[in-house]
Design a protein around this ligand. Structure first.
Ligand SMILES: CC(C)(COP(=O)(O)OP(=O)(O)OC[C@H]1O[C@@H](n2cnc3c(N)ncnc32)[C@H](O)[C@@H]1OP(=O)(O)O)[C@@H](O)C(=O)NCCC(=O)NCCS
Length: 218
């Protein structure tokens, strides 16, 4: 019988999962400090959002920010995937009012040669093991133009289904909104997880952001 590796709590603020893949032993761990990220190399295939060297700088910046978190999957010192969490940017509807207790799963990316070995799922699993997330509403905005349709060979709808199926076990589900960029294409989505310790006041403030009629502007 196959024994599935579990997430281990390595210290009060560090989680880890080891994956045995065809590439070798992949360590999925975090949150990582900026200094730890500085000592790693990003696989050149991590270029969905920006070139790998710039993505590395972005990861260091997030890790350095007060509520930023970076979880990475590494083969030795080579990073094959990462997921980031940070408060929503001010220019987004979700960050405009600076509501405390909202955290955005900003990006998840796995380099093509590391894909379909469970790395993407493990990144989210390790990140979501942090019980501090019970104090947050975690959101993620899914825009089809960020998806690797060419690299995966999936259609927009298959890709959306893959993401929805992958996020649901971690309590992230699509929520209706009229936010213009999300509403601009039916495959786009706002996925949300409300932590068990989030106050009713924070929930209400967040719900008020979902539709412009609650705020008076888009
Ligand atoms: C989405 C992404 C992170 C998935 O990473 P991954 O390491 O391949 O994910 P996993 O191996 O953990 O697979 C997760 C599930 O998706 C499925 N999946 C992944 N790629 C697939 C593909 N090309 N075709 C069909 N299913 C696929 C897996 O079979 C698995 O399903 P299962 O749990 O039922 O077995 C990766 O494709 C990627 O980096 N894409 C580009 C960036 C992106 O789209 N980010 C998300 C939106 S911002």
């Amino acid at each position: 019988m196959e024994v599935k590796p579990a997430v281990r709590k390595k210290s009060p603020s560090r989680w880890e999962k080891i994956l045995f893949t065809s590439l070798g032993q992949v360590v999925v761990e975090g949150p990582l400090s900026a200094e730890e990220i500085a000592g790693l190399i990003l696989d050149e295939g991590l270029r969905m959002f920006r070139p790998a060297w710039r993505q590395k700088e972005a990861l260091e910046t997030i890790a350095r920010s007060p509520e930023g978190r970076v979880v990475a999957a590494r083969l030795g010192s080579l990073v094959g995937g990462y997921v980031t969490f940070h408060p929503p940017d001010r220019f987004e509807r979700w960050g405009r009012d600076r509501i405390e207790g909202i955290l955005e799963l900003g990006a998840i990316e796995v380099a093509p040669r590391f894909r379909q070995t469970g790395v993407g799922t493990a990144l989210i699993e390790v990140a979501m093991s942090n019980e501090e997330l019970e104090d947050y509403i975690v959101i993620t905005t899914e825009y089809w133009w960020h998806w690797d349709l060419e690299g995966t060979g999936l259609t927009i709808w298959q890709y959306r289904q893959m993401l929805e199926k992958g996020l649901a076990p971690f309590g992230l589900f699509p929520v209706a909104t009229d936010e213009p960029e999300i509403a601009s294409h039916p495959a786009n989505a706002l996925m949300v997880r409300v932590g068990s310790r989030v106050s009713q006041a924070t929930r209400s403030r967040f719900e008020n952001l979902l539709f412009a009629e609650n705020k008076g502007s888009p």
